[in-house]
Ligand binder design. Sequence first.
Ligand SMILES: [Zn+2]
Length: 151
Amino acid sequence: MRYWAYFAAKLAAAAAALCALLWVIDGIWPAEAHPPALAPLRDAPKILAYNIVVLGWFLLCAGALAAIVFDQRRRCRVCLRRLRMPLETGSWGSMLLSGRPRIEYICPYGHGTLKEEELRISGIRTPEWTAHDGGLWEELRASGKESDNKP
Ligand SMILES: [Zn+2]
């Protein structure tokens, strides 16, 4: 729930900033109260400049949405921190034995692991999130203690 609330908050913040920018653009080029059916040629440079600015605004919106989605996919589902320590598993040479190569990211506090395909050639697949019940670091610490006790 917290994960999706954070996503919605980022979308709302971006929408507010981009709407404010559109409001500024509309202030520079105000809409006519009674526009003609066909745009007169004498206004062509003005209309062209307006269309280029609105195109830039649209591209900015698309880029902001892509950046928000990309950032959200790489966040921990529990604590919302960025996932770290990318680990490449598998290889294309041994694909028949171990499957396609993947990249695994892990939460620095051990809440879970995100596994995603290294190369997406068959459409969009949702990355696989595996939650850990807090025992990941305990397990690693226990294996470290066992190795310390050995002579
Ligand atoms: Zn976490």
